[in-house]
Write a protein that binds this ligand. Sequence first.
Ligand SMILES: [Zn+2]
Length: 249
Amino acid sequence: MPASDKSLLASIHDVSPRFSDQIDRLADRLARHLGEPRFAMLVVPDHWGEAPIAGNRAFHARLRDWHATGVELFVHGWFHRDDSRHAGAATGFKARHMTAGEGEFLGLDGEEALDRMRRGRALIEDIVGAEVAGFIAPAWLYGPGALAALSTAGFAIAEDHLRVWSPLDGRVLARGPVVTWASRSQGRIASSIAFAALARHALAPMRTVRVAVHPGDTGVPRLLDSIDATFGRLLHGRKPGRYRDLLTA
Ligand SMILES: [Zn+2]
């Protein structure tokens, strides 16, 4: 396929007033790699119940500015933190060990999941005066309630670790693991750097690749080096893309 058909979808996770400085640094860094602010931002309406966007006028202005420059905005949970009690031992294990308790939508029932999705969407759409691009669950983890809610919430796009799909019709829009980094322990840092080094070569032939960064990455120079190397490699013969373009591809 022609190189111009290949795209890179970049995203900044956990966009919240709590991480304003880190988000700015990531946005600058990504814009340098991509030549323009062509990336998605995953917005958390009230991170851990301690950083509400609702009454924060300064942050509203920043969301509007980002949206005006072409940044795609996704609803990224409500609290981000997993505050539910998990019924199944296996699910509980997955929540604790895979996500450090950040899998908010893993244990929610359908009603609560739908309510948080709708409130998150209304909040962001009221602020920017336009539709959000879609919904992405914290830590890319969807329990049965979240999946049921997605089928009625009306979002055009969702993604998990391995694919992007449209909840409107179930169509899979892109496949392949997202390249991302973890900063919460030395072991996670080392393994995410190793995975990125492998993935930026292994994924090079794919039509669509995804790269996701988090606020915590900015505090670890080794991670920033790996992020830079990954964008450098994956952008060979590939253009920065938009999630919404997958709907018409
Ligand atoms: Zn997140």
